[in-house]
Design a protein around this ligand. Structure first.
Ligand SMILES: NC(=O)c1ccc[n+]([C@@H]2O[C@H](COP(=O)([O-])OP(=O)(O)OC[C@H]3O[C@@H](n4cnc5c(N)ncnc54)[C@H](OP(=O)(O)O)[C@@H]3O)[C@@H](O)[C@H]2O)c1
Length: 233
């Protein structure tokens, strides 16, 4: 049976993009929000978008709940909130994570505190993912992923993303589980980028992509790793 996925911050750009792609592929999605009504509205919006495509029109497995309720019963919890909100959000959901794999997508961009979008903030722990590791309950399998994927492309269902998803983490089984979920989104390829400490580098690549986007006046540049076999996670 497919994993049940909760997306914390699923009302936002990245979260909604992932929700659309995964729910469109038939995976069960719970959109989490600080505000249950907002979560429900986002779930309805996602259903409405998916319903526009007759090929996808069926019972779309997507609901909206307050963040802690969204985590309860989830096998995989994706954290997709701005860096300044990451610590408080994790503290609010940590009691509800249970056995779930926690996938942190946070990029500590300087823009989130009024700085340049092409700069990353120094994080005491080394990376946003390492901060997530510190704040999650002991024993939680923490991965980092999705930093280099454009939310805009994910939300544009007429587009096929062209990007590798670099997964960092210290639990190989959790990486395999996430890889299988990533492969359900055409155009995305999971790549094992090593231990969680590599997240520091992957997070900073987003600032690089934003710089490339600015120069080429696009919103969707991505990363491809050459020389590794597909499905090698
Ligand atoms: N956008 C992209 O293309 C992209 C790509 C890769 C990675 N990322 C990373 O993914 C994360 C989410 O990005 P995004 O663009 O989706 O962000 P966003 O749209 O600005 O925010 C996502 C959600 O986070 C919650 N949130 C916002 N401010 C908050 C606060 N002060 N306290 C608590 N929760 C707050 C909100 O949900 P509720 O109000 O419903 O609780 C919001 O809908 C970021 O760390 C970003 O760096 C983004």
């Amino acid at each position: 049976m497919d994993e049940k996925i909760a997306i914390i911050g699923g009302t936002g750009d990245l979260g909604l993009g992932l929700a659309l792609r995964w729910a469109g592929a038939g995976l069960g999605i719970v959109i989490g929000s600080r505000d249950e009504q907002k979560a429900r509205a986002a779930a309805q919006r996602a259903k409405d978008i998916l319903n526009l495509d007759p090929a996808r029109r069926r019972d779309i497995p997507i609901t909206g709940l307050e963040n802690t309720a969204a985590c309860a019963g989830a096998d995989v919890v994706v954290l997709a909130v701005p860096f300044p909100a990451q610590a408080a959000t994790l503290k609010s959901i940590r009691g509800s994570l249970k056995e779930a794999i926690l996938v942190d997508a946070t990029v500590p961009l300087a823009a989130t505190v009024g700085g340049k979008a092409t700069r990353v903030l120094g994080v005491w722990q080394g990376s946003a993912a390492a901060q997530a590791r510190e704040l999650a309950p002991a024993g939680t399998r923490v991965l980092s992923a999705f930093h280099n994927v454009s939310a805009e492309v994910l939300q544009d269902l007429s587009a096929v993303p062209d990007c590798d998803v670099l997964i960092c983490g210290d639990d190989q089984g959790a990486k395999k589980t996430l890889s299988t979920l990533i492969e359900r989104i055409p155009g995305l390829r999971p790549v094992d980028a090593g231990p969680l400490e590599m997240a520091r580098i992957v997070e900073s690549l987003t600032a690089l992509l934003i710089s490339v986007n600015q120069r080429y006046k696009v919103k969707h540049s991505g990363i491809r790793i050459t020389g590794v076999a597909a499905n090698s996670v």
